[in-house]
Design a protein around this ligand. Structure first.
Ligand code: FAD
Length: 319
């Protein structure tokens, strides 16, 4: 059986969890087995929706102690669920939660782990692919252990909701007392978090000053995109640090990455070059970013960006 841990912070199933279940179902089909999802905590009202994405069952450990994330407790519970259910493959999301659990779970289950995979396993060898060295190389790993764990990169799989919802089954697993207590959680509201965003509009030092960001936000709002920035922009306090993408920032993999006034230094590219489509707007035709771009506009961003936003608005109004 393929067990997928479906993250549901504050009771909301994450988009990456729908992707992980879609992936888990494909792996289960390859192995001729079923895909089962598990949610932790008491609030997971829409967990039955995971059935649409391929889970034949949704299990819930409905203990209030699991409503806040604690990697030690979560790992202990997930290990017990995996053993109880006889899971041969465990799929996690490659999120901060998944990353915190993966290594611990691998030790508890004696399982081989490949984190951050972006391909289905090859039938027979269970060989999975991931990119390494900031996207400069691709490695295929074969997992040899009886129980296997993978964590799946965000946006590596398009969620497929062609199935039907299933009912949620409560299961009993002992929940160990946590050694830490979550006192408060502050979440960023309003926008899709960068690792989950399908469209990202990002800007760099070419913006000249923080008060110019209105045109970037307009474009992002028009596209339903999340905003990002280069490191010097965050370091100068022009934009919040959680928007900083790159080698020392967040690594993302959106379907569309629009880079405005960013030169395309290797450290920036390291975090964004796995994007499916890259559009670069820069006034310098020699900017290194153009080498990584699928589409490029050589021009002054202060002219190009508002015109692009207008064109998209017109297109949307007409369709
Ligand atoms: C160890 C290390 C780690 C790093 N990690 C990161 C990281 O994670 N992320 C990151 O981003 N950087 C990182 N950096 C910094 C990186 O090397 C670059 O310095 C940085 O990415 C440059 O940011 P930028 O492209 O915004 O600015 P610049 O390099 O100054 O580029 C600005 C660009 O805007 C263009 N431009 C200017 N005016 C206009 C206009 N009117 N219209 C159109 N285009 C215009 C220019 O042609 C230029 O290409 C790291 C550096 C080091 C040493």
């Amino acid at each position: 059986m393929v067990l997928v841990f479906a993250e549901s912070p504050r009771g909301q199933i994450k988009k990456t969890a729908f992707e992980a279940v879609t992936y888990g179902k494909k792996v289960a089909d390859q192995l001729g087995t079923s895909c089962v999802a598990v949610v932790l905590g008491t609030n997971a009202a829409n967990a039955g929706e995971l059935g649409k994405y391929g889970a034949s069952k949704v299990l819930q450990v409905a203990d209030a102690a699991l409503n806040d994330f604690d990697s030690q407790t979560y790992t202990a519970v997930l290990a017990d669920v995996a053993k109880q259910q006889g899971a041969k493959v465990v799929v996690l999301c490659h999120t901060s939660t998944g990353k915190a659990i993966a290594g611990r779970l691998s030790v508890r289950l004696g399982a081989g782990l490949v984190s951050g995979v972006n391909s289905l396993p090859e039938t027979g060898t269970f060989s999975v692919r991931k990119s390494v060295f900031s996207g400069k190389a691709i490695v295929d790993y074969s997992i040899k252990s009886d129980v296997k764990i993978v964590s799946l990169m965000g946006n590596a799989v398009r969620p497929d909701a062609s199935g039907s919802p299933v009912s949620i089954e409560n299961i009993s697993v002992s929940v160990p007392a946590g050694r830490i207590r979550v006192k408060s959680v502050k979440t960023q509201e309003g926008t899709v978090p960068l690792p989950e965003a399908e469209i990202v509009v990002s800007a760099g030092r070419g913006m000249k000053e923080p008060t110019n960001w209105g045109i970037v936000e307009d474009l992002a709002n028009t596209l339903g995109a999340t905003t990002a920035c280069s490191r010097p922009v965050a370091d100068s306090g022009w934009r919040p640090h959680h928007e900083h993408v790159g080698q020392t920032g967040i690594a993302i993999r959106p379907n569309l990455y629009i880079a405005i006034g960013i030169s395309g230094a290797i450290q920036h590219l390291a975090g964004v070059n796995n994007s499916k489509v890259i559009v670069v707007i820069n006034k310098d035709a020699e900017a290194p970013f153009f080498k990584a771009a699928d589409y490029g506009v050589v021009g002054d961003l202060f002219e190009v960006v508002p015109r692009l936003t207008e064109a998209i608005k017109k297109f949307k109004a007409a369709h």
